[in-house]
Design a protein. Structure first.
Length: 332
């Protein structure tokens, strides 16, 4: 009976989101002419049922066990119930707890996401990147291992830091629905808020196969986290048009995608063919030696480009002198 109620809830959610998000994709398309119903949309619908019915059940069990084990390791068996939180966090005002939850959660989410772009975990995450026509329906095309780990790591760490489990539940629900919007084929960048709140354009650059946009924009909600670590990419007046994976040959069937990460044949990578799964700019990249103020730096970020914007280290005087030395040519 409970399963039937869950299935009914999924169908209602799909119907409501279809009306709203298909309307937005038709009115504000990022890629014009993209069909609302794709050849592989049936595959994405299967994931919409897998995630709530199977993955979420596994996640609840694993999360509970993980939190109990970590609390035992921290010697907090007699602590205040998890639903209320504990320590310095629990004694703060609700608004401050909410701000800290979103900021710390985004930092953890950023590094968890970036972790999945490493070679060993990329094949799990490649399933999510396999859609070549990105839209809201493809948001839940996530391998169960990827889904469980990417939700489990932030949830357990935040719970052990003292954040109330009730607040964590609300955070996960909000993030899930907002993630669906981020994948929509919608040309929204949020204008002056583009560096503060993640937009569909921001996340679509993360899914592109265009070389200058690879391995960028990992943050779930706050682009300034990517700015901090040198992985932000969202040039003004330029939009990604190609999506998918460059080197991971992900099957097009549901069962094939579930088994894909466990195959031991050709390894999958992320980025330009032959490169490591993760080849992002170092964190110091955004400290542009040619930029003298924040405004000029932001203008540089907004400029359309066809190659990565990280600059090489300045050449020393000694190296410059060597380059300028000319060898005299003897006359015949």
């Amino acid at each position: 009976m409970r399963t039937m109620i869950q299935i009914l809830g999924i169908l209602i959610a799909l119907a409501g989101l279809s009306v709203l998000l298909y309307a937005l994709e038709r009115l504000f398309p990022s890629v014009r002419g993209q069909p609302l119903w794709r050849r592989d949309s049936n595959l994405d619908v299967l994931y919409w049922f897998l995630t709530p019915l199977v993955t979420r059940t596994i996640l609840k069990i694993v999360s509970l066990v993980s939190v109990v084990v970590m609390f035992a390791a921290l010697d907090r068996q007699g602590a205040v119930p998890l639903t209320e939180g504990f320590g310095p966090v629990a004694s703060q005002p609700l608004w401050l707890v909410s701000v800290e939850l979103f900021l710390v959660g985004d930092l953890i989410g950023y590094w968890t996401h970036r972790w999945f772009h490493q070679r060993r975990l990329w094949k799990f995450h490649a399933v999510h990147h396999s859609s070549t026509r990105l839209d809201w329906l493809s948001a839940l095309r996530v391998h169960p291992v990827n889904d469980v780990v990417s939700k489990l790591v932030p949830a357990v760490l935040l719970a052990c830091l003292g954040f109330p489990v009730q607040a964590l539940a609300g955070y996960v629900v909000l993030l899930t629905f907002y993630t669906i919007l981020l994948h929509a084929n919608v040309d929204w960048s949020y204008g002056p808020l583009r560096y503060v709140v993640a937009s569909p354009v921001f996340h679509r650059w993360h899914h592109t196969t265009e070389e200058h946009g690879l391995n960028k924009n990992f943050a779930p909600l706050f682009p300034f986290v990517d700015l901090l670590f040198g992985t932000f990419f969202m040039p003004n007046r330029q939009r990604p048009e190609r999506f998918g994976t460059n080197t991971a040959e992900v099957p097009e069937t549901f069962l094939g995608q579930l088994l894909f990460p466990f195959r031991t044949n050709k390894a999958a990578g992320r980025g330009v063919a032959g490169s490591p799964a993760l080849d992002v700019a170092p964190a110091t990249c955004f400290l542009d030696p040619e930029t003298r103020n924040v405004r000029a730096w932001i203008e540089k970020l907004d400029a359309p480009r066809s190659a990565p914007t990280c600059h090489r280290p300045p050449i020393s005087r000694k190296a410059r002198a060597k380059k300028s030395v000319r060898v005299p040519v003897e006359a015949d």
